[in-house]
Design a protein around this ligand. Structure first.
Ligand SMILES: CC(C)(COP(=O)(O)OP(=O)(O)OC[C@H]1O[C@@H](n2cnc3c(N)ncnc32)[C@H](O)[C@@H]1OP(=O)(O)O)[C@@H](O)C(=O)NCCC(=O)NCCS
Length: 243
């Protein structure tokens, strides 16, 4: 295990590298609970439209819509019925996407995000940080030993308010997790993101993470929609992080 700086020292140094001078990163406090939940919910909900588009772009979806349309137009000789059926199918897909995201959001809000202090701040190998701009929480990140591979640290709950994106806040949050992980003696950080979270993929690749696995979420709705998750990994022993 490497002995280096304490977390307060780390926080100060990392904030110094943020593009905006008035951004500060600090540990979570209980009074942040509601705004953290709001940031997480907004950050996740914004992926509903792109997930729907992603599903529509799948050849299998297009084939299903086409076959339904053709089968109904030839069998019923009516134009209205196939149009209605395709519209219903589209509405069904959209509802499935909304259901999948809502379920994930509700599960997260009722688990770790319902008790952040207990989940992240009471053990030495986990932490939750917020980024503050002019006293307002505009970003979050957390980490704890990965459930499926406790030898690695898992980065979780990365989210930055839309109005504060593109300022380097997420990069600073990534760095604080990497430094914390190194300080605690873990060899790597892992994280999960999805096929539609393209900004997050760019961010992690920019920070030196490499994609190690792709898999479909083991949930019925996700399986039907073929919703893929990516596992990323930052190997701290190879010092891959770029700026
Ligand atoms: C992903 C997210 C956290 C990025 O936050 P951010 O503060 O805007 O990111 P940064 O300003 O630190 O940008 C970091 C890097 O990410 C990449 N990046 C981020 N957003 C990007 C975009 N819209 N287009 C292209 N690259 C982007 C770039 O490489 C950028 O570095 P650069 O500006 O030097 O090129 C933010 O978009 C977000 O909160 N999204 C919704 C929630 C979410 O999906 N979280 C991820 C959970 S796994």
């Amino acid at each position: 295990m490497t002995q280096s700086k304490s977390i307060p020292e780390l926080t100060e140094r990392i904030c110094g590298s943020c593009a905006m001078a008035n951004i500060q990163i600090r540990k979570y406090r209980d009074e942040d609970a509601e705004i953290v939940k709001e940031l997480f919910t907004l950050g996740m909900s914004e992926h509903v439209p792109s997930s729907f588009t992603h599903i529509l772009k799948r050849p299998l979806t297009q084939m299903l819509l086409m076959c339904t349309f053709c089968a109904l137009i030839t069998s019923s000789k009516s134009f209205l019925l196939p149009v209605l059926a395709v519209t219903l199918l589209l509405a069904g897909f959209r509802q499935m996407v909304i259901y999948m995201f809502n379920k994930y959001i509700e599960t997260s809000l009722s688990k770790d995000l319902n008790n952040i202090s207990e989940t992240y701040l009471q053990q030495k190998d986990s932490c939750f940080w917020v980024a503050e701009s002019d006293g307002r929480v505009v970003g979050t990140v957390a980490c704890l030993p990965a459930e499926s591979a406790p030898e690695f640290m898992e980065l979780k709950r990365m989210s930055v308010r839309r109005s504060h994106r593109g300022m380097g806040i997420a990069k600073a949050l990534c760095r604080i997790v990497a430094d914390f992980t190194r300080e605690r003696g873990f060899p790597a950080v892992i994280l999960y993101t999805s096929v539609v979270q393209t900004d997050a993929q760019k961010l992690y690749e920019h920070m030196g993470y490499t994609k190690t696995r792709e898999f479909v979420v083991p949930e019925l709705a996700a399986k039907i929609l073929n919703f893929t998750l990516f596992e990323y990994r930052l190997d701290l022993q190879q010092n891959k992080e770029r700026d």
